[in-house]
Ligand binder design. Structure first.
Ligand code: CS2
Length: 499
């Protein structure tokens, strides 16, 4: 590249982009049928791509997206500067390709203009709201799984300010739709939570139930007839893009793009076929519409995300900064295999047509993609929210059959050691990034030995219900934590994995 600055990707510079990398549907022709909450890298690499391919395959131009950023001013400014356009860079070990996606047609900030979000959700042209706001975005009470009514944001939204929480935005959006007679709405939760659509329906229902009766119950009745919350399983690995990724994008598309995302060639979306009104024919872009997403979702959360978390905790502790480096260590590769084969697979209700053995090996191949470094720190964050969906279901199901979830316990012990020590075995800081960080720090900080740390952390009932704390899980955790303390994480894992 020369030292001359490249022009920025925008509608007006699209003609400089090579033909094969231009949007597959004309961005100028799109309506605004979808509102998406949380347009981070995952959305841009996943649902937006499915949507553009659907428009291209069907010619149905209703499905442009209004992207609503909950917090990130940088995402809003970046996408606005580029007329909503951005590049998806696909990296496999042997091929790299780039395509510009043009399906985001409006960009809004929930923090600066909350009233506009309610208006967009209530617009009659909007018939689908999708969302990727991470596990913690739902303000759930981890112990009950219900809405945390004491959360200050939820309290303020209930009191009637223009809503700033996701659940508040949806509930107030439904209320406005009812008042305006805007027609049915489907809300598609795309976060890694078991039964995500059901969870969302319950949270919105609880918000409405907490409003004064005359206000909330008509909306709940209306929503009972006019709203739907399908369950979905989403899958695509999309790490934070690096400077090198942005330079590659500029080289491949001929203009500069500060909102580009990087991802793998693989993508999967399984959606419960339960919509209240019009929707994009996402199956035209390879999505699976089905009656029962549960088995797919469970297999993905427990096999893929559970293994990802295990590699993040163990790998991070052993000083590896990325998932693929951790997986290169024989001890960790063996532990992940044993987690998937010995602990997770017996708990699965295998989805029709799914070959679990090849799914397991595809997970390992995808994690080993060195062209797409994914940091252990990113996967390790928010452990208090991720342990339940990814690992504790496996633990519970194994214990219920009298089996020992030794490998799932190793992953949980990895989380415990990270949160207790907050440095790797090699002396690198492992700062705790978690919505419960303060609580966890206080509790773990008082522990002087591995056994004390296990008991202290198991006592956080927002993460571990009391039955689990009293189950054989405790003994497994104590064994792992003690061994890791004596021999280091990698060595402790190697000894048991080789037995
Ligand atoms: C990852 C997921 O960051 C994480 O916690 O485990 O984001 C994972 O990459 C996706 O779920 C893959 O579909």
């Amino acid at each position: 590249m020369t030292g001359e600055a490249l022009p920025l990707l925008r509608l007006g510079t699209l003609d400089r982009v090579p033909g094969r990398s231009r949007p597959r549907a004309d961005p100028r022709a799109l309506g605004l049928g979808i509102v998406h909450l949380g347009p981070g890298v995952f959305h841009r690499a996943h649902q937006a791509v499915f949507t553009e391919d659907t428009v291209a395959a069907t010619g149905d131009t209703r499905w442009g997206i209004t992207a609503v950023s909950q917090r990130s001013a940088a995402v809003v400014a970046g996408l606005r500067r580029q007329d909503g356009l951005y590049t998806v860079l696909e990296r496999a070990e042997d091929v790299t390709s780039a395509r510009v996606v043009g399906v985001i047609r409006a960009v809004a900030s929930a923090a600066w203009d909350p009233a506009a979000i309610v208006a967009a959700v209530a617009d009659p042209a909007t018939t689908v709201v999708t969302m990727t706001v991470t596990e913690k975005g739902y303000r759930r009470d981890p112990a009950t799984g219900g809405l945390r009514l004491t959360d200050p944001g939820i309290e303020a939204d209930l009191a009637g300010r223009p809503p700033l929480t996701v659940v508040g935005q949806l509930a107030r959006g439904l209320q406005r739709r009812m008042q305006r007679d805007s027609g049915p709405l489907t809300m598609v939760c795309c976060d890694n939570l078991p039964g995500n659509g059901r969870v969302l329906a319950d949270l919105v229902g609880q918000f409405l139930a907490a409003l004064p009766a005359g206000e909330g119950s008509p909306v709940a009745d209306w929503a009972g007839r006019q709203a739907a919350f399908p369950v979905t399983m989403v899958d695509r690995i999309a790490p934070a893009p690096t400077g090198d990724d942005l330079a590659t994008v500029a080289r491949l598309i001929g203009v500069a793009d500060e909102s580009a995302v990087v991802t793998e060639p693989f993508r999967q979306w399984v959606i419960e076929d339960r919509f209240a009104g019009p929707r994009p024919a996402w199956e035209a872009a390879g999505a699976t519409l089905t009656r029962d997403v549960g088995p797919f979702e469970q297999a993905k959360l427990r096999l893929l995300n559970g293994s990802h978390s295990m590699l993040a905790y163990l790998g991070g502790l052993a000083g590896y900064q990325t998932v693929h480096e951790a997986l290169r260590r024989p001890a960790f590769a063996a532990a992940v295999q044993r987690l998937m084969t010995d602990d997770v697979t017996p708990t699965l209700q295998v989805p029709d047509g799914m070959d679990v053995a090849s799914y397991r090996s595809s997970v390992l191949t995808r994690f080993s993609n060195a062209a797409l470094p994914y940091t252990t720190a990113k996967v390790a964050m928010d452990g208090s929210q991720k342990l339940g969906p990814r690992l504790l279901g496996t633990v519970r199901d194994r214990l219920a059959t009298g089996a020992e979830p030794r490998w799932a316990a190793l992953a949980v012990a990895g989380w415990m050691r990270q949160t207790w020590r907050q440095t790797s075995d090699t002396g690198r800081p492992l700062p705790l990034d978690d919505p419960l960080a303060e609580r966890i720090r206080t509790v773990a900080g008082a522990a002087a030995t591995p056994v004390q740390a296990v008991d202290a952390l198991l006592g956080i009932c927002d993460i571990f219900e009391p039955e689990l704390a009293e189950s054989p899980l405790r003994g497994l955790l104590v064994d792992w934590m003690t061994a890791m303390d004596e021999h280091g994480t990698e060595e402790a894992t190697a000894v048991v994995a080789s037995q």
